[in-house]
Ligand binder design. Structure first.
Ligand code: TXA
Ligand code: MG
Length: 321
């Protein structure tokens, strides 16, 4: 089977109703979606992604009202965050109701919920009687897809349809918030930053893990290592001779061939950098280089922290999903 790439929302809806898996656009990255109540469809998602079954999926919902159908004991902070940031790049981890299959939550009693902000996917969700369980549409361990073509390249032979919503506007995965009793805790950094969250609910902690721990599946972290070795360096650090590439934020590396460099944002725009990050890593990964050198963004903003988190994980080849 070779996937079709198209913009037919009704077709995507029909396939999902039949229990098939369909790639969908979101504002963060593309997702690999299935009816969250259909455990066969959900298990297909795990198979297609080759994702370990201890790593839970995010459930995408059409409106904040659906939170109460899937989750219980919802802290008021969660409601305030949903009211402020949904639809948008924020995922809330809440105690699950029985209706949510353990296959989706990898056996956890919590479920991760997000109302995505992409017009096509919101329209798709409004046509369905069920929410969509969807991880990022990449093979486990690789870079998340930010275009329909990225999905096609890696999963195209295993799924029937890729709903094309254009290049992802944000480019890195959603911020994930869990709750310790009722206190919000950041579990994954994203474009919605700690200070954005704190403006709504006051001081929050973060517990962003850097290593795999099957005992705590939700903390297994995402990243997206390219196949080429990725080495972190300071922006002007000397690089040994070789067939190598450089990925920088705003400034080129002084010695590497210009044609082997990509800058995330020539104007130093952090949102542009996030939007370009994964496509740039993919492009350099295809160059056959011995090594891709990359520098972190030296900027104290929360957005830079989220991008640096992804770069660091990719460079350390930490487990990814
Ligand atoms: O932006 C995004 O969040 C994208 C788009 C497609 O929505 N999705 C995404 O999904 O990044 P995925 O599966 O690649 O990453 C989801 C993360 C994983 O680290 C998973 O362990 C965590 O969410 N997660 C899911 N359910 C959880 C739970 N009940 N408790 C803790 N973490 C959870
Ligand atoms: Mg992922």
């Amino acid at each position: 089977m070779k996937a079709e790439i198209g913009t037919d929302i009704d077709k995507a809806a029909q396939l999902l109703k039949e229990g098939q898996v369909v790639a969908i656009p979101t504002e963060t990255v593309y997702g690999l979606a299935a009816n969250c109540f259909d455990i066969r469809a959900v298990s297909t998602v795990f198979e297609v992604k080759r994702r370990p079954n201890f790593d839970p999926l995010i459930v995408h919902i059409a409106s904040a009202a659906i939170m109460d159908e899937l989750a219980r004991a919802i802290p008021s902070a969660a409601r305030e965050l949903a009211a402020t940031f949904w639809p948008g790049p924020l995922t809330l981890v809440l105690p699950k109701r029985e209706i949510v299959p353990y296959d989706v939550t990898a056996g956890l009693d919590t479920v991760a919920l997000r109302m995505p902000n992409h017009p096509m996917t919101l329209s798709l969700l409004s046509k369905l009687q069920f929410p969509l369980a969807a991880p990022s549409a990449n093979p486990f361990g690789y870079i998340s897809p930010t275009t329909a073509w990225h999905v096609m390249q890696q999963l195209g032979y295993m799924i029937p349809y890729i709903l094309d919503g254009g290049p992802a506007e944000i480019g890195i995965e959603s911020t994930i918030i869990g709750f310790d009793v009722d206190a919000p805790v950041i579990l994954r950094y994203g474009i919605i930053t700690q200070s954005d969250i704190e403006k709504v609910v006051g001081k929050v902690k973060s517990r962003v893990h850097t290593s795999a721990n099957p005992q705590a599946p939700g903390m297994l972290d995402s990243h997206y290592a390219p196949k080429t070795r990725l080495c972190l360096i300071q922006a002007n650090e000397e690089i040994p001779d070789g067939y190598v590439a450089y990925l920088g934020f705003q400034q080129r590396h002084p010695t590497i061939d210009r044609n082997h460099q990509i800058l995330l944002s020539q104007t130093g725009n952090i949102y542009e950098a996030a939007r370009n990050l994964y496509a740039a890593l993919r492009q350099l990964d295809e160059g056959g280089f011995e090594c891709i050198y990359v520098s972190l963004i030296t900027d104290a903003s929360g957005e830079a922290q989220a991008i640096n988190d992804r770069i660091t994980r990719a460079a350390q080849t930490l487990p990814t999903n």
